[in-house]
Write a protein that binds this ligand. Structure first.
Ligand code: PLP
Length: 400
């Protein structure tokens, strides 16, 4: 009776969620472990957003809605794309889903099948290859190492494209590296794509509002208008508005694809939570001023963590342009021996050593497809970050 499908057996549980579960377990045993493995802002959902949700409940906005979002929210998402990204989408080009992950899932499952390839630059967000494999497609991983600032080069993209390529996935700023493509870098990738009209582009801009660079955030359909018809621009409320639990993601793209995503959603989840939709509507239409304050705090933490990790012997940590992650390269630590005599063979060993001896939880690079390195989420207080980085510094210094 307990037979599972081939599609399910092609995927693995999320490595980042597994590390968070381990941290909870250690904490329950009374062990003082600092968890830097979670991928969510430590800020709370803004009060005006919570109030809008409470009002929605009182007003009786508690029934089924249009499958892929209420009209006012679709309009607000279209207005957001215009305001933030200078992209024009009609309401029938907007999809609202149960979180950004669901947006990506809908789009990939609606368009990818056996024989299709999806180009995914590594380090990548953990779910992309799994969703592609669930759909029956083949992830084509392109390594973008620290010396190229974790960004795919146009020549690498050109080399990865085949007649079977269905999508290129871009994630900028990136989870897990925080790296972001500049407008010029996107244009250069776009030039390659213009030579291959069969390739679609999925850009995951979930972190667009967590941004530190002096130049503005750019997205590919904006800087390469010729790609507009084959680009799905994905964003959502989770990271921008500290609304991870509310489950609202959205996208703008070609009407045929938006319609296909709605068809899949109509036979799976139906509409995103009606109350969450009203909350997201308030977040998108309300003042965006709090983003600046939050970014100032995040930037201070980024600078602190990057400096302290670069002071740890054997770590090389590039400076990210956005999101709340850093991804130190740990090549120099491979082959070293711990005080207890264990040889660090790979980044999984290193993360285990950090957890056991330094009591700091990070996620090993292998989970994101690029080793040796690891991801640290700095969405926590300066005090905790300083203590965690000190522990990592000592642990690195103790390796021989
Ligand atoms: N895309 C990236 C790059 C992410 O890091 C995340 C969340 O971790 C998501 C998508 C999914 O966001 P959501 O929580 O809205 O499903």
């Amino acid at each position: 009776t307990n037979r599972l499908t081939a599609a399910l057996n092609r995927i693995a549980p999320s490595a980042t969620l597994a590390m968070s579960a381990k941290v909870t377990e250690l904490k329950e045993q009374g062990i003082d472990v600092i968890g830097l493995s979670a991928g969510e802002p430590d800020f709370d959902t803004p009060d005006f957003v919570k109030e809008a949700a409470i009002k929605a409940i009182r007003d009786g906005e508690t029934n089924y809605t249009n499958v892929d979002g209420i009209a006012p929210l679709k309009k607000a998402v279209a207005a957001k794309f215009k305001r933030d990204n200078d992209l024009h989408y009609e309401v029938n080009q907007i999809s609202v889903n149960n979180g950004g992950k669901h947006t990506l899932f809908n789009a990939l499952v609606a368009t990818v099948e056996a024989g299709d390839e999806v180009i995914i630059p590594a380090p990548y967000w953990v779910s992309y290859p799994d969703i592609v494999q669930f759909a029956g497609g083949t992830p084509v991983i392109v390594s973008a190492s620290a010396d190229q600032h974790y960004k795919m080069l146009p020549a690498q993209l050109e080399a990865a494209i085949t007649p079977q390529t269905r999508w290129l996935i871009i994630n900028s700023p990136s989870n897990p590296t925080g790296a972001a493509y500049s407008a010029d870098e996107l244009k250069a990738l776009g030039e390659v794509l213009l030579r291959h009209p069969h390739v679609m582009v999925m850009t995951d801009d979930m972190y667009e509002h967590i941004w530190y660079a002096d130049t503005p955030f750019a997205t590919i359909a904006q800087v390469c208008p010729d790609l507009y018809d084959r680009t799905l621009t994905v964003s959502g409320a989770s990271k921008a508005y500290a609304m991870t639990g509310w489950r609202i993601g959205y996208a703008g793209g070609p009407a045929w694809l938006i319609k296909a995503m709605a068809k899949l959603q109509s036979q799976s989840t139906s509409n995103p939570c009606s109350i969450s939709q009203h909350a997201a509507l308030a977040a998108l239409n309300g003042s965006q001023d709090f983003l600046k304050e939050r970014n100032a705090k995040f930037k201070e933490r980024r600078d602190l963590v990057v400096a302290m990790l670069n002071d740890a012997p054997g770590l090389n940590c590039p400076v990210p342009e956005g999101a709340f992650y850093v991804y130190p390269d740990a090549s120099e630590l491979m082959g070293k021996t711990t005080p207890k005599g264990k040889v660090i063979e790979n980044d999984e060993d290193l993360i285990e050593y950090f957890l056991d001896e330094a009591r700091v939880a990070a996620v090993h690079g292998g989970a994101f497809g690029l080793s040796p390195g690891f991801r640290i989420s700095y969405a926590t207080s300066n005090e905790i970050l300083i203590e965690a980085c000190k522990r990592i510094q000592s642990a690195c210094a103790a390796l021989n």
